[in-house]
Design a protein around this ligand. Sequence first.
Ligand code: FMN
Length: 325
Amino acid sequence: MKTAITELFGIKHPIIQGGMHYVGLAEMASAVSNAGGLGIITALTLGTPEKLADEIARCKDMTDKPFGVNLTFLPTVNAPDYPGLVKAIIDGGVKAVETAGNNPAQVMPYFKDAGVKVIHKCTAVRHALKAQSIGCDAVSVDGFECGGHPGEDDVPNFILLPRAADELEIPFVSSGGMADGRSLVASLAMGAAGMNMGTRFIATKEAPVHDNVKAAIVAASELDTRLVMRPLRNTERVMTNDAVEDLLRIEKEKGDDLKFEDIIEQVAGVYPRIMTEGDMDAGAWSCGMVAGLINDIPTCQELVDRIMAQAEEIITKRMGAMLAG
Ligand SMILES: Cc1cc2nc3c(=O)[nH]c(=O)nc-3n(C[C@H](O)[C@H](O)[C@H](O)COP(=O)(O)O)c2cc1C
C-alpha cells in the first residue's frame, strides 16, 4: 500500500509503532521495521545520550530498514539532556523522530538541517495545527481511546480524525484504539494516511517485556482501563490493578487538594518493576481500551501481514461487493 506516510518514511506499510516507555527498545523497533512498518525507540527509557546512541547502534545491527526515535517532552524539574539526545539521534543517522508532549519547536531546526522527518503526536486539532505551523512533516492524532496520555479534551477518534482531515495540510496517522485491518481501513476512510499502534505491539513475541504484561493485555477487556491523574491535568489511561484502584481512591479522598506526592508510590518509577519484572500490581502502566480487541501474541511480521491482508480484503472484497451492488 502506498500513502503519504509510506512515502515520507520510506516504509512498506503505513503502520507505525508509537514510542513506549520500557517497551520501545531495539528488539521492538527492529521487529516492527523488519515487518515493513516504522519501529520507534523510546529515548527517555534510555535516559542519556550515550545509552541512546548504543541502542540506535544495536537497532541498526538488527534491521537495515528505517526506524525512528520517540522524544517525549515532559514538564519535569530534572529535565533530561534533550540537546544531547537530539545529537545522538542525528549522529546515529536516524531519519525519523516521533515527538510528543510539549510542542517540539526548540528542536525542529536541528532535525530540519539533518533531514530528519518529524511526526508529532497530539491529542487535539489545535495542537496538530501548531505542529504543522512549526514545520512538522506529519502528525499522529491520538484519540481519547489511546493508551498513555489522551489529553484533557476527551474527543474519540471517530470525531478527531475527520476533524484533523478537515483542517490539516500535512499527512497524519490515526493513533489510539488501532488493532487490525479494520482499524487501518477506517483510519484511511477518515482521512489518515496510516495508523500508529501502541498497546497492540506490546502483545507480540518480540516486545521486550515480561510475559505477564502480554498476558494481562490478552486477558483484559475494553472495560479494564482507567483514567488516572485527571485532577492534576496530566490524565493517563492505564490498565486497572490494585495499585490503580488505590490511586483512584486517594484521588477521590483528596479531591481538589490532590498533589503529585500523594500518588507518587503508584506512579513514579514503577515501569521497570512492571515491564521487566512482571510485577503486575506494582503501579499504573499505560494501556489502551484496544486491549479488548487483542486476543493473541503473534510475531510483528504475522501481525503486520495480517493487518495488511485484512485491510485489502475489506477494501477490495467487502466494500467492493457493496459498491457492485
Ligand atoms: C506502555 C505504554 C507506554 C507508553 N509510553 C509512551 C512514551 O513514553 N511516549 C509517548 O509519546 N507515548 C507513549 N505511549 C503512547 C503510545 O505511543 C501510543 O500513542 C498509544 O499507545 C496509542 O494508543 P493505543 O495503545 O490504543 O494503540 C505509551 C503507550 C503505552 C501503552
